[in-house]
Design a protein around this ligand. Structure first.
Ligand SMILES: O=C(O)CCC(=O)C(=O)O
Ligand SMILES: [Fe+2]
Length: 204
């Protein structure tokens, strides 16, 4: 059966390299995940995010200032299961219709304290290019406004190859999907805590 949301995602990513999907997660799922994130954060389960992967990771607060907690699907609690069901449904569709060959994924919760940011970067590692698609899902409060900041800026190119940044606000329920190896992006500081799930669909 044709799913219009997924078809739009596929078309967007092929055309433009990214897709923005509002209501990717329902308000009730966002609230459950937000409460779970905050509970785990208060329980000291998060660690300072590092740059690089397991073999060469370093903490550089001048580059990124968020705290993360990796999510394990095999031990997922109720809210996390809702999240993985949503992702798995999408991945199955992408694999079936586009032969994307995604059979691994990794996701983490992220909390950016007020004023923290993640400087311009690419999500693919120098020593590992298995990350194909990056996905960010925002878990912020319903009253998040543009003046709270915290934009995801993606650096697009216009048809003359001139750089054209696009600001995307982290509204709750919204997901942004983009090609990990292609699109440079950054997270601007917000004037309140900024909550999300970030992850990658991988080919191996
Ligand atoms: O939170 C976002 O909007 C993007 C996060 C990001 O770029 C990353 O974790 O690699
Ligand atoms: Fe990133």
């Amino acid at each position: 059966m044709v799913d219009h949301t997924y078809e739009t995602i596929i078309e967007d990513v092929l055309d433009k390299g990214y897709s923005i999907i509002d209501n990717f997660l329902s308000p009730s799922t966002v609230e459950l995940l937000r409460n779970d994130l905050l509970w785990q954060y208060d329980d000291d389960q998060f660690k300072k995010a590092a740059i690089g992967n397991h073999t060469n990771e370093v903490i550089k607060t001048g580059i990124r200032g968020d705290f993360i907690l990796w999510m394990d699907e095999t031990t997922a609690n109720g809210p996390q299961q809702l999240f993985f069901e949503r992702i798995n449904d999408m991945v199955q569709y992408l694999n079936r219709t586009c032969y994307l060959g995604i059979f691994r994924k990794e996701f983490h919760y992220a909390l950016y304290p007020e004023g923290k940011f993640y400087k311009r970067h690419l999500d693919a590692f120098q020593n590992d290019d298995r990350r194909k698609l990056s996905i960010v899902c925002y878990l912020n409060e319903d009253d998040w406004q543009p003046e709270h900041g915290g934009e995801l800026v993606i650096y697009l190119k216009d048809k003359d190859a001139r750089e054209k940044p696009l600001n995307i606000y982290p509204f709750p329920g919204r997901a942004v999907i983009f090609e990990s190896r292609v699109l440079e992006h950054e997270v601007k500081p917000a004037n309140r805590e900024r909550l999300s799930i970030t992850g990658w669909l991988k080919t191996q």
